[in-house]
Design a protein around this ligand. Structure first.
Ligand code: AMP
Length: 288
């Protein structure tokens, strides 16, 4: 239940334009600001980032913007869930200080896309399967970061490649934001929480746990096989399950994104997976 008035929280600012955000930010020029950029349709994963930010900072700012330039598939953009009223209520109940909800026109008075390239990191996996996706991500992240001027930015490990690319970009640009990686929140079945899960029916929600089950099997039995054998095993599991169309299942080094042929090749191997279940594309990963 929303508790309006002064009993619970003083107020949450709803900032609908860049100007409003700049003004809000200027009010808190000497405060530490935690920033949580999102595309809305909140689940507990999003909320865990907000809570962490609230703990660490004087003020917490969230943004909700479904960024058109990062959708390589127009159907995915059209069907992206929109639960804005419920999202605002959740932020209010959590005691988030402000939420930035800009219009597309405000973020993109003209469309000029930034290109950021790091060998392997911006070439492999999601970058390969979703051409242009990370250029769209970096384009919007620069705009949001420049407006928010945050002390710390909270990003989920669920989108591991995105987290790595934004961290690399912050480093390369010598920016002051500290990136805080946050662990993946999962359903009881192990399924990684995702806004796109709202598009799955009850049966698909059960089937979707396969991604976690495969990742977890590799983690628990890691040394029974080589990474390459595990990759073949993982791919064969998807091949035997007709509802899925696998994009990739790989074991890579979490720093370089290079292949891991043998366990001795990497001191931080991570298994990464992306697969379509019906029309919905799911991604997940697990450090091994
Ligand atoms: P999105 O709205 O999907 O762009 O996600 C906003 C932020 O929440 C990103 O930093 C995501 O990595 C993070 N996130 C998404 N799903 C989860 C999850 N299940 N657990 C933790 N963080 C998540």
């Amino acid at each position: 239940m929303v508790s309006f008035g002064a009993t619970k929280y003083v107020k949450m600012e709803i900032l609908k334009s860049s100007e409003a955000l700049i003004e809000w930010r200027n009010q808190w020029s000497s405060a530490t600001i935690g920033f949580v950029p999102t595309m809305g349709a909140f689940h507990l994963g999003h909320l865990s980032l907000m809570l962490k930010s609230k703990k660490d900072n004087d003020k917490t700012l969230a943004s909700i913007f479904v960024n058109p330039t990062q959708f390589n598939d127009p159907k995915d953009f059209i069907h992206y869930p929109n639960t804005i009223e419920a999202d605002i209520k959740m932020l209010y109940d959590l005691g988030v200080d402000a939420v930035f909800i800009p219009e597309v026109q405000d973020m993109y008075p003209e469309i000029s896309i930034e290109h950021f390239h790091v060998p392997l990191l911006t070439e492999s996996l999601e970058a390969k399967m979703r051409p242009g996706h990370f250029d769209g991500v970096i384009t919007i992240i620069r705009k949001l970061f420049d407006l928010a001027r945050a002390t710390k930015v909270y990003l989920g490990e669920k989108d591991f490649q995105q987290l790595s690319i934004i961290s690399a970009w912050v480093k390369k640009e010598n920016r002051s934001e500290i990136i805080i990686p946050c662990p993946t929140h999962r359903e009881e079945s192990g399924l990684a929480m995702s806004s796109r899960n709202q598009r799955l029916n009850a049966e698909q929600l059960e089937q979707a746990a396969l991604l976690y089950q495969i990742l977890n099997t590799v983690k628990e039995n890691k040394f029974n096989n080589t990474p390459v054998e595990w990759e073949l095993w993982g791919r064969s599991q998807f091949a035997q399950t007709p509802h899925f169309r696998l994009d990739y299942f790989e074991i890579i080094d979490a720093e370089t994104f290079g292949p891991v042929a043998d366990w001795s090749d990497s001191d931080q191997p991570i298994a990464v997976v992306a697969a379509f279940l019906g029309e919905v594309r799911l991604i997940d990963n697990m450090r091994l």
